[in-house]
Structure formats: structure tokens, C-alpha cells
Write a protein of this length. Structure first.
Length: 193
């Protein structure tokens, strides 16, 4: 089988199969996992870091860590959550190493692919509103609403207490709702008469 045929076969294989091959040290299988997952990782890290170049660097670091730790993954079914947790931990390690002064809260709005943003103005406003949240609050809100993680999953991935996660999500959601109130549908009152 040629390398082109092998890549094509990996591209069509179920993720569990590709993960199992990568766990056994198959570099081509890991390359296929990177192809499948890197965009989602970068988007998550862009939302967290507010810096596209930093997000790309952190995604690369997380993928490198994944390659090195993949043989220790307990279940092929856990790959997605495990990789996301590696990415979050990589971002948190970066924050601890750099200190709070480097957190780019006033960074320029993120450029999203056109298909991902229903309305560029809304996307920009959402990015700016997210930038007003503190790093842990933003992390919890992004993981809950952008990644669809449960409160328990967020607590496990971030090592934050469950109550803190819930508080961050509640307060962050309230702040976002207040900043984005202009997007609330206006109720037109019908006049009886």
C-alpha cells in the first residue's frame, strides 16, 4: 500500500481506530489525529488566550505533549476530552509562567473563519465581551458554552473546585449578558384596543 493510500485509509477510519494506532506509536495515525483535531484546539486556545499566535504555539505544545503521553491514555474513547484537558492545562501553565501582567485582555478581536461567525459584528462584540472577563472566568465560560463541557468536567480539567467553576460561569454569563444586552430580541407590545 502506498503512503497516499495509507493516508486515505486513515482519513476514512473511525477515530477510535486511529487513536489505537497512534497509541501504538504509529506517527501517520497521530498525524491524522492532528489533522482532525488541531482546528478545534486552536479555536479553543484562541478564545482563552485572545492571541492567535500564542494560541497556535500553545496548540502545538499540547499536541506535542499528546504525542509523548498518548501511550499512557487509558481509553481510546477518552481521547477528545483528554486532548482538550491537555490544551487547557497547557494554557494554564502558560498563565502561571508568564504571570497575570501578560494576559492580553485588550487584544484585538479574534479573526474567525467566515463560516463560524454568523455576523462578524456580533462575533467581534462577543470577543470583546469575553476579553472583559478574568482569565479563570473566561476559561470556565468558554469551556461551558463553546466546548459544551459540564461543570464537573470543567472542574476536573482545570483543577478548580466545583463551586468556583459554577460561580465563574454564573458571574461570567451575567457580565456577558449585560455587555451584550443590545442583542436581546426586543419585545414589541401589542396594544389592545
Amino acid at each position: 500500500m502506498s503512503s497516499t493510500q495509507a493516508r486515505s485509509a486513515l482519513g476514512e477510519a473511525a477515530e477510535a481506530t486511529v487513536v489505537a494506532l497512534a497509541m501504538a506509536g504509529d506517527a501517520a495515525a497521530f498525524g491524522e489525529l492532528v489533522r482532525r483535531r488541531q482546528s478545534g484546539l486552536r479555536n479553543l486556545l484562541r478564545r482563552l488566550s485572545r492571541d492567535p499566535a500564542l494560541a497556535d504555539d500553545l496548540a502545538q505544545q499540547a499536541l506535542f505533549k499528546a504525542w509523548r503521553a498518548l501511550p499512557r491514555l487509558r481509553s481510546v474513547a477518552a481521547f477528545g476530552a483528554w486532548l482538550r484537558r491537555l490544551a487547557v492545562n497547557t494554557w494554564l501553565e502558560h498563565l502561571r509562567a508568564e504571570g497575570p501582567a501578560t494576559i492580553a485582555l485588550e487584544a484585538a478581536p479574534l479573526a474567525e473563519p467566515a463560516a463560524a461567525a454568523a455576523c462578524p459584528a456580533e462575533q467581534q462584540d462577543l470577543d470583546e465581551a469575553l476579553a472583559t472577563l478574568g482569565p479563570e472566568e473566561r476559561l470556565c465560560v468558554v469551556l461551558a458554552y463553546h466546548e459544551g463541557m459540564s461543570h464537573g468536567e470543567i472542574a476536573a480539567a482545570t483543577a478548580l473546585p466545583l463551586g468556583t467553576v459554577k460561580s465563574h460561569i454564573r458571574r461570567g454569563s451575567e457580565r456577558l449578558r449585560a455587555r451584550l444586552a443590545a442583542y436581546e430580541p426586543h419585545q414589541e407590545h401589542a396594544h389592545a384596543g
